[in-house]
Ligand binder design. Structure first.
Ligand code: AHR
Length: 502
């Protein structure tokens, strides 16, 4: 029997602001994530603006992407920024050692990246090279980007950009305990101090946040990073500081990833959801360590790589990490958004891995074709939560069980948007049963309610170039009686209600 779940929304005890950077993206030089996915070159027949695909830019604008992390990933620690500036015909071609040994033509470099984020209205999260780069190289790159009146600033102007760029985040390496090092925590701390001391932002319009590498939920070599870095931070000298600690956590069931992206059964669905819900504990553990050293939250958590990592699509280069994206991935996205928002006091950013054509992508392209994935729609539906104020909710999540796997049946979160409206996101994890909800909004009087839902009758339903709207959001009916909203949602669905209050 579908007894309605009562969601009690408690205004007056407003939570923290949900930092819009929680909805950030990650775009690495990997497979066709950049070349083909974003960059086609100015000579291409695919409609583009200065080499950047117009269709992709239009689609991304809808997501109000707050920041894009670039150029990696593992690629960041082999990337030398000077390879990617100057006349395109004179740029070095390198081998992308991390990802399939593909040639890296460097036609998409610093200026092209900033052109791209400006076209989509986003901000920069640069990952600098610690593994194979030097402190001087890092210092020069940020000076090139942000200075006025120096030789490097003049070089930037000659290359087409007299104004300094805004750099919101500066990552000091990536996964330095693995592909970006490998360093023990203490070895990295020595590097971190040097890179953080000598890399300077000269653009006074922006407070660049420096981000240290933290642990991965899965990699044993990264264990102990949070404790060691926070201890070093608490005992730091005046010369250096960090404002962020990066956490990585993929949903992948081990390595090499073997979970199928499509054609999976209900048990496989539940296993993946169970793993993704582990994000909560991973953040909580790291948050507790950080609270000890940093009770005033001067250092944020940035989960700057997260998402589902499945077995690669058959017939593709396994080094390109190409996979399909189904309704299951939209549920994964929603559950992770909710976890990040519940930790919004400390989690001030997160980046889906990755933006286009790689892992849990929001967009897939092939030549001139483009399709929006279910994960794209989840991001779009959650836009009103960017910079909204979290409102406490309480509800009985119930239970969905298959064999020995027990999961919550539903999830819900609420926030007051910048437009003054109340937004409630509801996820029905249960793939077999509808779920009804009642929201008695005792403290508000309701003017109107609108809702959008993302549902597919098959949990592994996907969008393809031939059927791009197979999984797409639709309006959902709600009933308002007095101050109570009632809504019934489909199995395996996510829904966002927009409540206009008087
Ligand atoms: O996103 C793919 C890879 O996963 C990144 O390059 C690396 O940082 C992580 O291991």
């Amino acid at each position: 029997k579908n007894t309605p779940v009562k969601v009690i929304i408690s205004p007056g005890q407003d939570g923290p602001v949900i930092n819009r950077h929680i909805f950030g993206h990650f775009a690495e030089h990997l497979g066709t994530g950049i070349y083909g996915g974003i960059w086609v070159g100015p000579e291409s027949d695919i409609p583009n603006t200065r080499g950047i695909r117009n269709d992709v830019v239009e689609a991304l604008k809808e997501l109000k992407v707050p920041n894009v992390r670039w150029p990696g990933g593992c690629f960041a620690d082999q990337y030398h920024w000077r390879d990617g500036i100057g006349h395109p015909a004179e740029r070095n071609t390198r081998i992308n050692v991390s990802w399939g040994g593909a040639p890296e033509p460097n036609t998409f470099g610093t200026h092209e990246f900033f052109d791209f984020i400006n076209q989509i209205g986003s901000e920069a999260f640069i990952s600098a090279n610690v593994g194979s780069g030097t402190v001087q190289e890092s210092a020069d790159w940020l000076e090139y980007l942000t200075a006025t009146g120096s030789t490097l600033a003049e070089e930037r102007a000659i290359n087409g950009h007299p104004e300094p760029y805004d750099v919101e985040f500066w990552g000091i390496g990536n996964e330095v305990w693995g592909c970006g090092g490998p360093f023990t925590p203490q070895e990295y701390i020595t590097e971190l101090k040097k890179f953080a001391t000598f890399t300077t932002n000269y653009n006074t319009d922006v407070n660049t946040k420096f981000v240290a590498v933290g642990p991965d939920s899965f990699d044993e070599f990264s264990f102990g990073y949070t404790e060691a870095i926070m201890e070093a931070w608490a005992n730091r000298t005046w010369t250096w500081n960090i404002q962020g600690l990066s956490l990585h956590n993929y949903t992948r069931g081990g390595y090499p990833p073997e979970i199928p992206a499509t054609d999976f059964n209900e048990k496989q669905y539940a296993e993946v959801i169970q793993e993704t819900l582990g994000m909560d504990e991973f953040i909580a553990e790291n948050r507790a360590i950080m609270d000890k050293y940093d009770p005033d939250t001067e250092v944020s958590i940035l989960v700057d790589e997260w998402g589902a990592w499945y077995a690669p699509t058959e017939g593709t280069n396994p080094g390109f990490l190409q996979q399909q994206n189904s309704q299951r991935d939209a549920i994964i996205a929603a559950l992770n958004f909710n976890i990040f928002m519940r930790h919004a006091e400390r989690v001030h950013g997160a980046n889906i891995a990755q933006m286009i054509n790689v892992l849990q992508a929001v967009i897939l392209t092939e030549d001139e074709k483009m399709v929006l994935t279910p994960t794209y729609h989840a991001f779009r539906m959650y836009v009103p939560f960017q910079d909204a104020t979290r409102i406490p909710v309480s509800f009985d999540a119930g239970q969905y069980q298959i064999d020995d796997i027990e999961l919550p049946r539903v999830d819900a979160i609420a926030a007051k948007g910048k437009d003054g409206r109340i937004y409630v996101a509801i996820t029905n994890i249960d793939p077999n049963n509808k779920a009804s909800f009642e929201l008695p909004l005792e403290d508000y009087s309701i003017k109107s309610v609108e809702g959008e839902t993302l549902y597919a009758s098959e949990i592994d339903a996907i969008n393809t170039f031939e059927k791009p709207d197979n999984v797409a959001p639709e309006k959902i009916d709600t009933k308002v009686s007095g101050n109570k909203i009632s809504v019934t949602v489909q199995p395996q669905s996510l829904t966002v209600l927009e409540i206009n209050i008087k």
